[in-house]
Write a protein that binds this ligand. Sequence first.
Ligand code: SF4
Length: 320
Amino acid sequence: MPKIMTRKKHLKCLFLFSGGLDSILGIEILRIQKNIKIVGLTFKSIFFDEILAKKMAKKISLSLKIVDISSDILKIVKKPKYGYGKGMNPCLDCRILMLKKAKEILKKERFDFIASGEVLGERPMTQNKFALNFVEKKSSLKEILLRPLSAKLLKETIFEKKGLIKRELLLDISGRSRKRQISLAKKFNLKNYPTPSGGCILTDINFSKKLKDLLNYYPQAKENDINLLKIGRHFWENKVKIVVGRNKEENKILKKLAKKSDFLIEMKNYPGPLTLIRNYRKRKIFNQILEKAKKLTQYYSPKTRKRKDIKFKIKKIESC
Ligand code: SF4
């Protein structure tokens, strides 16, 4: 149990802030206590960004820390201890990771407790009672993790027990209905708040399928390989990946992502897509693969599909 000075008047809270309505309301509920200094903490990675959190933090005058957890989350995605959701989203492992990171900051910067906008029963995988208690235990935050929106339905934190946080000012929201959150938003005069939609690409079924294929063929995948999955049309040919850009913007990104030993293919005499070949076999690229990439490049330029006079430019990337 953490040591608490009962005379302590002001508390420092590190709030896991996503920028969604629940996390905004969690902050507003804590602000009613008057004796808590709140700093937001948000995470960014190759699978989700910090843009919404940044925008909403500014709107509600919340100072915000942003931490990049790309390499940690990639390790977890490859081998989660507690499994995946519907897509390749290892939510329980991810929550534990985020809370552990928050705890490191708590210790280093002398925060008193961690809070989040989680609502009991709102998300089946991560916000049922078992999951909330489980991640709290696994991240060693027993008694110092507060969920203000559902606090009255959960075990008391040490600060509530000592009377430093008034439990009567905390809430007892549970379930998937958003009615109470919407009426609270009105009460706090919150307008244009974001609708609940996960900004995490790991919950996207199409992306997850591509990611699963990649990890099957190439378990050592790095950030660049993941970023490649976010754009273009993807094809596999014997452990070799072919990605065809869908527009100018994607062609530009493909060029940027190309790394040593990749091939870039485009039509010399007509406009069209840029195609990247990445060889995960680490053996010689066969002509057959180059031919397939050329065909795809031509096929995805509908105006040139039937032409017989196409000339191709093929470039092998020699250095990063
Ligand atoms: S949806 Fe994504 S960011 Fe959210 S807990 Fe799951 S894996 Fe983590």
